[in-house]
Write a protein that binds this ligand. Structure first.
Ligand SMILES: Nc1ncnc2c1ncn2[C@@H]1O[C@H](COP(=O)(O)OP(=O)(O)OP(=O)(O)O)[C@@H](O)[C@H]1O
Length: 420
């Protein structure tokens, strides 16, 4: 008898590592009907016997291939046999924008997020082979430390946690398990379609393995890169705590301290500031960020991703770009959000409109705060209007106080850097 832990034991260990000591009462499973996720379903089913956790299973039918409804039915049937509830969600289709696989993945995640109803954790069956393919794809794009860290075992996607308990497992081992346990699964024909980059990378990986550059080496590198990425992030958070402050939803950075910081941290702080202020989900493109940074270091401002950077004396200030919010008007009502980040407050403002202050609003502010040329940075702040008449701009101390409270993505840039 071998003493090596079985796949079931390794799965239980990975689940323990992901979930910590407090298991939730219910966990979601994203199951496509393919071999990886069908083996995850069987493993999770066995695991629940020991831990008493309930499962809920979901399949997204993308409707892109003739057999996709059959695959959803196969998952539904297996769930019926195992005794777990299963839902099939239909994707309304691709709008033809960008890359089809990316669009399908994004749609899948958002459909599953909508489906989970209060359940926090959803398991996905990415394997070590998927991780190695991801690293190769990122290498091809010239990715840096974060990219080469590949997929994380746990990723927060808004309020949902994507958990990947099979990230340390080889696809072959899962196929073997499926055969031995006689678990049905569907063979996805697009896995053989070399029009997809991932499929080409899978083939290349086969060739590389023969030359000794295999899944283990690539996933080992990914793990070390993930640790390096964490260290760089912690350093950037540290510097953010020292050099930045939050002022009415705008980020103010000490210029001298920033100039002395190494470039990697500068890039991180700048990218995080832009996303903090503009609510962007994705990191801005590296070349655009480099250009903005070069400008900032030589005293020039610029705009990127819905935010504007101003350089003034000893400070750099990152503010919401006026152009990006000029058209954004929210009927004022207690509890509503303007521009996704400003909470509207106070019963006296009900029925009025919240918009960016703009030059028209600014011209009505009396007495004017002594901002000098910095008044431009105030123009994208929220203000309350009755028609065209300015009623309040809390940031400038004009009108009733507390009409809008900034509810940023984190209490400080340092905390934001740490959590992204
Ligand atoms: N249509 C879908 N419905 C539900 N979950 C899905 C769907 N497609 C993918 N997933 C989830 O995302 C994971 C990774 O997707 P990917 O397309 O890379 O899968 P894969 O490696 O082909 O795995 P599988 O063999 O399970 O399809 C899957 O293992 C599964 O957990």
């Amino acid at each position: 008898m071998s003493d090596a832990p079985s796949l079931d034991d390794r799965f239980a260990a990975a689940m323990g590592q992901c979930l910590g000591p407090d298991f939730p009462s219910e966990i979601g499973l994203a199951v496509s009907g393919g071999g990886d996720s069908m083996s995850m379903l069987a493993l999770a089913h066995n695991w629940t016997k020991r831990w008493g956790v309930r499962l809920r299973v979901v399949t997204v039918d993308h409707g892109l291939r003739p057999g996709s409804a059959d695959e959803a039915r196969l998952v539904a049937e297996e769930c019926r046999v195992l005794g777990w509830p299963h839902d099939t969600l239909n994707w309304q289709g691709w709008d033809g924008q960008g890359n089809l696989q990316d669009a399908a993945r994004r749609a899948r995640l958002s459909l599953i997020d909508g489906w989970r109803q209060g359940m926090r954790d959803v398991l996905f069956a990415h394997t070590a082979d998927d991780q190695a393919e991801t690293v190769l794809m990122r290498l091809r794009r010239g990715s840096g430390v974060e990219g080469l860290a590949g997929m994380a075992q746990i990723r927060e996607a808004g309020a949902m946690r994507v958990i990947r308990p099979l990230l340390g497992e080889r696809r072959d081992a899962l196929r073997f398990y499926l055969r031995v346990m006689r678990i049905p699964f569907a063979e996805d024909p697009s896995n053989a379609d070399e029009g997809f980059e991932r499929v080409r990378m899978r083939k290349l990986l086969g060739a590389l393995e023969e030359a000794g550059l295999g899944v283990d080496a690539l996933t080992g590198t990914a793990q070390r890169m993930a640790r390096a990425a964490e260290a760089l992030k912690a350093r950037a958070a540290d510097i953010a705590a020292r050099l930045t402050r939050l002022d009415w939803g705008q980020i103010v950075i000490d210029r001298d301290g920033f100039a002395e910081t190494e470039r990697d941290t500068q890039m991180r702080l700048l990218a995080a500031s832009l996303r903090f202020v503009a609510g962007g989900t994705y990191r801005p493109r590296a070349d655009a960020l480099e250009a903005l940074l070069d400008g900032a270091l030589s005293g020039r401002g610029g705009t990127l991703g819905g935010a504007a950077l101003h350089v003034e004396g000893g400070e750099m200030r990152i503010v919401r770009e006026l152009n990006a919010v000029e058209e954004t008007a929210t009927e004022a009502g207690t509890g509503r959000l303007w521009d996704g980040r400003w909470r509207i407050e106070g019963p006296e403002i009900n029925g009025l409109t919240v918009r960016a202050l703009g030059t028209r609003g600014w011209s009505q502010v009396t007495p004017k705060p002594q901002l000098g040329p910095r008044f431009r940075q105030a123009l994208s702040l929220p203000a309350v209007f009755r028609g065209e008449t300015l009623v309040a701009c809390a940031a400038l101390g004009f009108g009733p106080a507390h009409t809008c409270r900034f509810e940023g993505p984190a209490p400080s840039l340092a905390r934001f850097v740490l959590s992204h």
